[in-house]
Design a protein around this ligand. Sequence first.
Ligand code: FAD
Ligand code: NAG
Ligand code: NAG
Ligand code: NAG
Ligand code: NAG
Ligand code: NAG
Ligand code: NAG
Length: 545
Amino acid sequence: MSKPALQALVSITVMGSALGGTIDSSRMAPPAHCKCFPGDTCWPTPVEWEAFNKTVHGRLVATVPIASVCHHDSFTDYDATRCQHLRDDWLQPEIHYTSSSSIMAQYFANMSCDPFSKPSAKCTLGNYVRYAVNATGPDDYQKTMEFATHRNIRFVIRNTGHDYFGKSTGAGALALWTHHMKDISVLDYKSQGYNGKALKMGAGVQVQEALAAAHAEGLVVPGGQCQTVGIVGGYTQAGGHSLLASVIGLSADLVLEWEVVTPVGEYLVATPSNHSDLYWALSGGGGGAYAAVLSVTVKAFPDVQTAAGVLTFTLSSGVTRERFFRAVKAFLQNLPNLVDAGGAALWTLADGSSWSAHSTFLDAYIAMNAKQNVTDGNMAAYLWPRDPVTSEANAAKLTDTLNKLVTGTRVITGGLSFNVARPQKTVEPIPNSVNPAWRTSIHYSAFGLPYNRTSQAANDAAWDKITNVYAPSLDRLVPGGMSSYINEANPFDPNWKRVFYGNNYHQLLEIKDKYDPAGILYGLTVVGSDRYQVQKGGQLCRVQR
Ligand SMILES: Cc1cc2nc3c(=O)[nH]c(=O)nc-3n(C[C@H](O)[C@H](O)[C@H](O)COP(=O)(O)OP(=O)(O)OC[C@H]3O[C@@H](n4cnc5c(N)ncnc54)[C@H](O)[C@@H]3O)c2cc1C
Ligand SMILES: *[C@@H]1O[C@H](CO)[C@@H](O)[C@H](O)[C@H]1NC(C)=O
Ligand SMILES: *[C@@H]1O[C@H](CO)[C@@H](O)[C@H](O)[C@H]1NC(C)=O
Ligand SMILES: *[C@@H]1O[C@H](CO)[C@@H](O)[C@H](O)[C@H]1NC(C)=O
Ligand SMILES: *[C@@H]1O[C@H](CO)[C@@H](O)[C@H](O)[C@H]1NC(C)=O
Ligand SMILES: *[C@@H]1O[C@H](CO)[C@@H](O)[C@H](O)[C@H]1NC(C)=O
Ligand SMILES: *[C@@H]1O[C@H](CO)[C@@H](O)[C@H](O)[C@H]1NC(C)=O
């Protein structure tokens, strides 16, 4: 790694000149409307990164792509054995969430440093963040956002890297990495609206840790099907569904307070009565949009006896396709009874099992959990309103559409059925920004095509098919169109503002602009994100109007 040393030398000579000045004429100034990108004259020198590192107490981590052991590159030596281990474990979430840079939705890594490509193939920082601050508390949050703002560097909040939209990565970005903020406490919480048990969780707490901490006190909190998703990050901020949703509601419905640092560096605690606009936006309006969250406090409930069952029916010999889909229709029509009684159903539908062995997202859904692998697919999802399943004619249309969706394609579909209408028997409703479509929905349905590990062009084609063929076929079933769950949807949905946020969008945008006036919180389909565009090569630029 001789090049950085040389750069350090150059930078020392320019320290005395104006900030960002340089004598290296090969470096360019970025267009004024763009984020400062590595290689641009404004990009901090190694000495400046080191100075920043001191302000965050040496917690700055320079990215080494984890798959560099699979390549001949300048990061780490090629190591066939370690590379094979990495390939074997690539679908294990811990490979990625213990890293300061790796993400699980591989499409958004753009094969920058891919374990499955040849040793001679490129291994670059590409779409990975350049640096991450291994955060411990408000001071790291403040310093990191201040540096990113001041130096005009793309900023990313990264917890586990589970995000399906690649929002926890970014080319040329500085990440606030929250994974190690693991504090959990059980509280006897008293406020105007609530008097009872609560769980306060730091930004790095994952589902399994939250459930275990609650269980130890005879309590339960919503958790979601994947044990390693982060509670505070994308999950609760976008809504957060779980098998308990029909009984206790969405995770966002249970939030008592958010402890945050805003992009301008203010430490705040947002509750239904204080900074209530921010409370409203954070509770359902999407992760990584309004503020960097330090902790969330949610209502906890007495542990409940839970009954679980598995129903499987297959198209085996002697059963016609028509008969099979009649059974599917009967199942759909019975969903209202199930969810209105407080139940939830996880189900999938696929023609053959050509890729379900790898599609752990849905596999584990069926298996009622166990350890979940990373989704190896290009996935989109919708919220189905009750209407398409309640009347005979609509149920027939829906069944027919599902039949066409899976028959002879490699599409797999399925999801979670629930009733999260408010008010609920056990919950006092506090207004929040969860997409209103949730309240009238009966099912969250994911579908997708397998991820292609060797060809990004094939993945682009899969997304194209999802967006322009499969999604419209479902969309046609609902007057006004289907809605989606922000976390699990088509990242390329052309109508994402309405589809993801419903009529909350404009209010969310006002709140975002109030707390994040410089617009440093960007992510694909995040509120306000249409003001930016990722350029070829990865640089983030404001859209010129
Ligand atoms: C295998 C799998 C199973 C899933 N199962 C469920 C399920 O059952 N129910 C459900 O509701 N969802 C489920 N999800 C979706 C999940 O909720 C989202 O992927 C969620 O965004 C993950 O959040 P994270 O913080 O772990 O991920 P990250 O990728 O680290 O972050 C996601 C987003 O949240 C933002 N963010 C993270 N931390 C913070 C913070 N401290 N402050 C502000 N913004 C922050 C990031 O900027 C990013 O935009 C599942 C996802 C996967 C991959
Ligand atoms: C930040 O400082 C710590 C402690 O000195 C050091 O271990 C670490 O490598 C530094 N990070 C970078 C990116 O230089
Ligand atoms: C991040 O910080 C935690 C302690 O908060 C430490 O255990 C861990 O090793 C650090 N990771 C890196 C990559 O610096
Ligand atoms: C409301 O927030 C402000 C500023 O963050 C704080 O000073 C005040 O104590 C809070 N009020 C209550 C009742 O928590
Ligand atoms: C997860 O992936 C491993 C291989 O990495 C595989 O053996 C296992 O069966 C997968 N689990 C599920 C639930 O698909
Ligand atoms: C991936 O895409 C390439 C190019 O289209 C194709 O040749 C290959 O068969 C695909 N791989 C899989 C596993 O589908
Ligand atoms: C993805 O990688 C390709 C090939 O290396 C590159 O041409 C393209 O610009 C990259 N896309 C982004 C958005 O960075």
